[in-house]
Design a protein around this ligand. Structure first.
Ligand code: ZN
Ligand code: ZN
Length: 588
């Protein structure tokens, strides 16, 4: 998603605030000019920033470039935050909303008494804004959308952001002798795609020592609460971490209780009540009130006649019945992943060279790596022409010799045009080892046309994997309108694998749909979609999402060895090359 408009609005807000402060007119002008030029820019500003090329934008000097960089990387700009504090505007929070500058914020406060984003959203929904001078219906609609998005964003944290913070806290506290056991709890432990709060559970006989250490950890910016067993802090990243300390004897029941989900716990308690027993955070109790188990989760599940349920499955989607029948899936694990199937290099919009990506994949213990740079119509990502693709192939051949037995496969992430045709001609697709197809443009289609578009793409016999099938960007863009059931039916029919993209804001295919894909016999491709060596670690989030979708190693394409992968690709293409009539047609 292009962020040019967002950045332009930010710079305009700065200019307006500087005007109120009576700052140097040249300085004000510089921000206005930069904003104009960014708006006129054809390229995505985030792409430019990633390549360190911001100062190539006319009118953007080093100082402004640094500010844009900071804003794009962290989502906020210190300079702007300070400026807002210095300038007296009653409704300063409203400046967060793209489309609202200081003048409009002032008007909203004067006319409607609005000071918060929540009030703004309500006023927009009640159509009170369009009557104000200079607003109009279009702006009102847009403000409603942006305000809703902001409210959403402040509510949920991405798993890929929250878990590393939680793990840093867990690691630090593990060193404390008073800490007997410690785990992240809640949706974080279930590896849910977004989470509300960071909850950490500790088992200890000396809670005071744990609390004292916790509130003095180096990552603490502010202590929010200092209860004897329930302290709460704000980290330097402004994330709230809640700690809960329980006695080691009750650690298992507390962990079960605080891991959730609520739906899982309710279903579990119903089961317990049928026996006349009781389950709480303090333990499992029989009819006479005697405690039967509380020390570990395993004991509790076992007493209920169940296998221990991995946290990722605790959503009441059939895991309780499966655990009772001892038929839980043996979930795929990250160490079973033998290569990555989706990675970009600096041949297109990746940050690192092909060779560095290969070295990084080797360092992660992989057997192979699929290089999948963008196709030509994605100009912002400098997609590869067929000529450059062949040039890249020569480099890959060379590196394959140098890095043997490690294997590099040449793939591409090929754009699906609005009509469902692909961005390379068939003869070019035929030369590639792996063809991933993705939607990167024209997201606003009616569901029927979008579905037809993707299904048509999948019908191309060269296609191996469908990339990020819903197109959602968590907290930023809703999935496009599409009939996913029809897409999965087509994937099953054509034998196309479906990606579970591990970018923390994608996690696409989403977990519920992973489960439905597997039920159709579709092969899952766990990928990092890395745009840098470091991002190869996104594989963790992909595997987590696949696990939440009940995936076992046998369902995942890249748990296969290189030889098995190549055999799968060959077999799948060979099967598709056969005329349609001879193909075994399934349920449809
Ligand atoms: Zn993509
Ligand atoms: Zn990609």
């Amino acid at each position: 998603m292009r962020r040019n408009e967002e950045v332009a609005l930010l710079l305009e807000n700065i200019a307006e605030l500087l005007k109120i402060k009576n700052e140097n007119p040249y300085r004000i002008r510089a921000y206005e000019t930069a904003a104009q030029n960014i708006r006129a820019l054809e390229e995505d500003i985030a792409e430019l920033a990633a390549r360190g090329k911001l100062d190539e934008i006319p009118g953007v000097g080093q100082a402004i470039a640094a500010k844009i960089q900071e804003y794009l990387e962290t989502g906020r700009l210190q300079f702007y935050e300070e400026l807002k504090r210095e300038v007296p505007i009653q409704a300063v929070d409203l400046l967060e909303v793209p489309g609202i500058g200081p003048a409009r914020a002032h008007l909203l406060y004067e006319k409607l008494g609005i000071t918060t984003i929540q009030q703004l959203l309500e006023a927009a929904q009640a159509h009170k804004l369009c009557k104000l001078p200079g607003f109009g219906e279009k702006l009102e609609e847009r403000i409603a959308r942006e305000a809703a998005r902001l409210m959403q964003r402040t509510k949920r944290l991405l798993l890929g952001v929250a878990l590393p913070v939680a793990e840093a806290v867990v690691e630090a506290l593990r060193q404390v002798p008073a800490v007997r056991e410690i785990d992240p709890a809640g949706s974080l432990r279930r590896m849910k795609e977004t989470i509300g709060d960071i909850d950490i559970l500790v088992g200890s006989e000396r809670p005071q020592e744990v609390v004292d250490t916790f509130i003095r950890l180096p990552m603490v910016k502010e202590v929010l609460a200092v209860g004897p067993t329930r302290p709460s802090i704000l980290t330097r990243e402004d994330l709230q971490v809640d700690l809960r300390v329980v006695h080691p004897d009750e650690y298992g029941s507390a962990l079960l209780y605080f891991t959730g989900s609520k739906e899982h716990n309710i279903a579990l308690r119903t089961l317990v009540q049928e026996r006349g027993w009781k389950l709480s955070e303090y333990g499992l109790f029989d009819e006479s009130g005697e405690r039967l188990a509380s020390r570990t989760e395993h004991e509790i599940y076992a007493l209920l006649g169940m296998d221990w349920i991995p946290p990722e499955l605790r959503e009441n989607r059939g895991e309780i019945q499966a655990a009772l029948a001892h038929r839980l899936p043996k979930l795929v694990e990250q160490r079973e992943i033998r290569g990555d199937l989706h990675a970009h290099t600096d041949w297109s919009d990746g940050h690192d060279s092909l060779e560095r990506m290969v070295q990084a994949a080797v360092a992660r213990g992989y057997e192979y790596l699929v290089i999948s740079d963008h196709s030509p119509s994605l100009t912002v990502a400098r997609g590869l022409t067929p000529e450059r693709l062949r040039e890249q192939r020569r480099l890959i051949d060379e590196l394959n010799e140098r890095y043997a037995p490690f294997r590099i496969l040449q793939g591409a992430e090929v754009n699906i045009h609005p009509d469902g045709s692909l961005d390379y001609p068939d003869e070019v697709l035929a030369e590639l080892d792996v063809v991933i197809v993705s939607v990167h443009s024209a997201f606003d289609m009616p569901s029927e046309r979008m579905t037809e578009r993707v299904v048509r793409a999948l019908s191309n016999p060269h296609v191996d994997i469908l990339g990020h099938p819903t197109g959602r960007l968590l907290n930023a863009r809703l999935p496009y309108e599409i009939d996913l059931d029809a897409v999965l039916d087509a994937a099953a029919e054509y034998g196309v694998a479906i990606e579970v993209n591990g970018q923390p804001d994608r996690l696409d295919l989403p977990d519920i749909w992973v489960q439905r894909a597997i039920a159709r016999g579709i092969v899952i491709a766990c990928t990092s979609d890395a745009h840098s060596t470091r991002q190869l670690d996104n594989m963790r989030w992909s595997v987590a999402t696949a696990r939440r979708g009940w995936a076992e190693a046998r369902h995942v394409l890249n748990t296969r060895s290189h030889g098995e992968l190549v055999a799968w690709l060959a077999e799948h293409r060979e099967r598709r090359a056969r005329p349609l009539g001879s193909r075994c047609r399934t349920t449809r």
